[in-house]
Design a protein around this ligand. Structure first.
Ligand code: CP3
Length: 342
């Protein structure tokens, strides 16, 4: 009996879709907050395999999701490449900035990232041993463009202005930065698979700010290279791609990159995705995370509407983006119940 998520990713249309949530281990759960307090801070939690495995398992125990996503962060790769990284409480991540060709060329080579990232692979092995047999283990990394936006700016930005400025001022150097992150990401994801990840996901949270040729060069091309290399090394391991806010460019994305599933955000209609994306590939998504805060009959109606709209093809039920810290944990149980009875 193959796991539900793997069946959907292989292209099977199922009576009930597999369910998981982006950021399912997170601050909306009291048990997460308790474990994080024990670890001290967010990065110490990421690098502590026992505690990181514990918070990964918490939402599985509470809700019985069909998939479990490794607890870590996309910004661990920049740290492994040599950027300084810290988190400011209430504000988010901070990194040393990269704004010159010389700084790009000083980054550590891809095969040296394991020194920093070894604890993450240990977390994956613990999870592979401890997860229930029906639960699929998902590994992940940030896609190169999204990771580069943080490395260049040194923080999250509204319009990714600093990364666009670097790209437009010195396209060759910026392309080298993307290539370095791409190489590191291949090593990182490959090691996660060796440790027991059954699926990997690429988070391109800022793909929506790339237009035209930039989208081809910095969203599609790196994803295509990562997926081709992973498929050569680990045949049969599915890849989920999330080019968030790609809009019309969700169409054809799987074919252009080799992804087995395209995750869509909640700015596109599920009816549209059923018509234009699902005929090509498995679709993941796309409930607005606000419903996890507001709840009520609208939550149930929306979860059932999405499930029914995407019922005639391969579908993985998820949110359109991560669940927020102000979400009510009871609403998550209501959402799962609504999807399974749709
Ligand atoms: O989905 C999961 O549960 C797996 C773990 C995971 C985290 N971050 C844990 C986390 C994953 C897959 C990510 C991805 C990630 N991290 C992305 C891409 C997806 C997205 O949300 O768009 C990005 C852009 C980051 C970078 C990042 N990490 C930011 C901007 C922040 C601060 C914002 C915030 O929510 O506080 C983080 C911190 C972070 N990563 C938290 C968690 C649970 C909150 C940290 C805490 O406990 O204080």
């Amino acid at each position: 009996m193959t796991k539900l998520l793997l069946r959907a990713l292989a292209g099977e249309t199922l009576p009930t879709p597999p369910i998981w949530m982006m950021r399912q281990a997170g601050r909306y759960l009291p048990e997460y907050r308790a474990t994080r307090a024990k670890a001290g801070d967010f990065l110490s939690l990421c690098y502590n395999p026992d505690l990181a495995a514990e918070v990964t398992l918490q939402p599985i125990r509470r809700y019985g999701f069909d998939a479990s996503i490794l607890f870590a962060d996309i910004l661990l790769v920049p740290q492994a490449l040599g950027s300084d990284l810290w988190f400011v409480t209430g504000e988010g991540p901070r990194l040393s900035t990269i704004t010159t060709a010389e700084q790009v060329d000083q980054l550590r080579p891809a095969d040296e990232v394991h020194e920093t990232l070894n604890p993450i692979y240990r977390t994956v092995s613990i999870l592979a041993a401890e997860l229930p047999r029906e639960t699929t283990l998902i590994g992940f990394a940030g896609a190169p463009w999204t990771v580069a936006t943080y490395m260049v700016a040194g923080r999250g930005t509204k319009d990714q202005g600093p990364a666009h400025a670097f790209k437009d001022a010195d396209r060759a150097a910026f392309t080298r930065l993307i290539d370095r992150i791409t190489d590191a990401t291949i090593e990182y994801l490959s090691a996660q698979i060796d440790a027991g990840a059954e699926v990997v996901k690429l988070f391109d949270s800022w793909a929506g700010s790339l237009k035209g040729r930039d989208f081809d060069d910095f969203a599609i091309a790196p994803a295509r290279r990562i997926i081709a290399d992973l498929k050569a090394r680990h045949p049969g391991v599915p890849v989920i791609a999330f080019p968030r806010e790609a809009g019309e460019r969700y169409v054809g994305f799987a074919k252009a990159t080799g992804a087995d599933c395209v995750a869509i955000d909640n700015s596109v209609a599920s009816e549209w995705a059923a018509k234009h994306v699902q005929p090509e590939i498995c679709v993941q998504g796309n409930m607005d995370p606000r419903h996890m805060v507001t709840g009520g009959p609208e939550l149930v109606a929306e979860a059932q509407r999405i499930t029914r709209n995407l019922r005639n093809g391969p579908h993985v039920f998820n949110l359109g983006h991560g669940i927020t810290p102000d979400a009510d944990p009871d609403n998550v149980a209501r959402m799962i119940e609504a999807v399974r009875t749709a």
